[in-house]
Design a protein around this ligand. Structure first.
Ligand SMILES: Cc1cc2nc3c(=O)[nH]c(=O)nc-3n(C[C@H](O)[C@H](O)[C@H](O)COP(=O)(O)O)c2cc1C
Length: 196
């Protein structure tokens, strides 16, 4: 419980070597595969960007930045490159809903999110820092194509993971009252938006 109560996302700038080993990554994926999943559809997949491909991805990031901002400076492009290089482990997380099944799309997305949550908790439980980041580049068609996404898939973002070199500030506590209430019966006045 302590691990889950205290988990924090850790910015790639605060991460360094060593990243998780192949065995530790396997544990993270096994934890993700144990997330609740209606119909056992596994509507997600994860693509590791290996060390030897980081320079190539950095170039893809720089080209995406230039498409989005034709006036980007050399520094801007370098910063975009660094996003592909910073973290020891970089994983593209893809939501991959199954077609022709009775499980509704929103439940498949929830299952993918649960798997993502398990991955982040597993990195944390293994003593690593991790964070999921999306941003504008996640909707860039050439970048998405370069990751090999299939029709119907959605590129959700990159998970960075590694050793925490600089501890992030403690999380701002959230009140459970914002998410928790007691049912007052079917005839009671329901809060606004209850049927949304
Ligand atoms: C699918 C997804 C995409 C995200 N994309 C971004 C992002 O592009 N930029 C960002 O600052 N935070 C993003 N976040 C939020 C961070 O991962 C993180 O949850 C947030 O900084 C809060 O930190 P915490 O997890 O320690 O509470 C994303 C989270 C999720 C689940």
């Amino acid at each position: 419980m302590r691990a889950m109560l205290d988990r924090r996302s850790v910015s790639p700038k605060r991460l360094g070597a060593p990243g998780p080993s192949a065995e530790q990554l396997e544990l993270v994926l096994r934890a993700a595969l144990r997330a609740p999943d209606h119909g056992g559809l596994t509507p997600w997949r994860a693509i590791q960007i290996p060390a030897e491909r980081r320079a190539e991805l950095a170039q893809v990031f720089a080209e995406e930045k230039q498409r989005r901002d034709p006036l980007a400076s050399a520094d801007d492009l370098q910063r975009a490159r660094e996003h592909a290089l910073n973290a020891p482990t970089l994983i593209a997380f893809v939501v991959s809903p199954r077609a022709g099944v009775t499980v509704p799309l929103h439940e498949q997305w929830l299952a993918a999110g649960a798997a993502l949550g398990n991955m982040l908790n597993a990195f944390d439980a293994l003593g690593f820092g991790a964070i999921m980041l999306s941003g504008d580049r996640c909707s860039d068609a050439p970048l998405i194509a370069s990751l090999g996404l299939q029709l119907g898939e959605k590129f959700a973002g990159f998970i960075s993971a590694g050793t925490v070199l600089k501890t992030p500030p403690a999380a701002i506590p959230k009140s459970i009252g914002t998410v928790w209430s007691q049912w007052c019966g079917a005839k009671a006045e329901q809060p606004q938006g209850a049927l949304d």
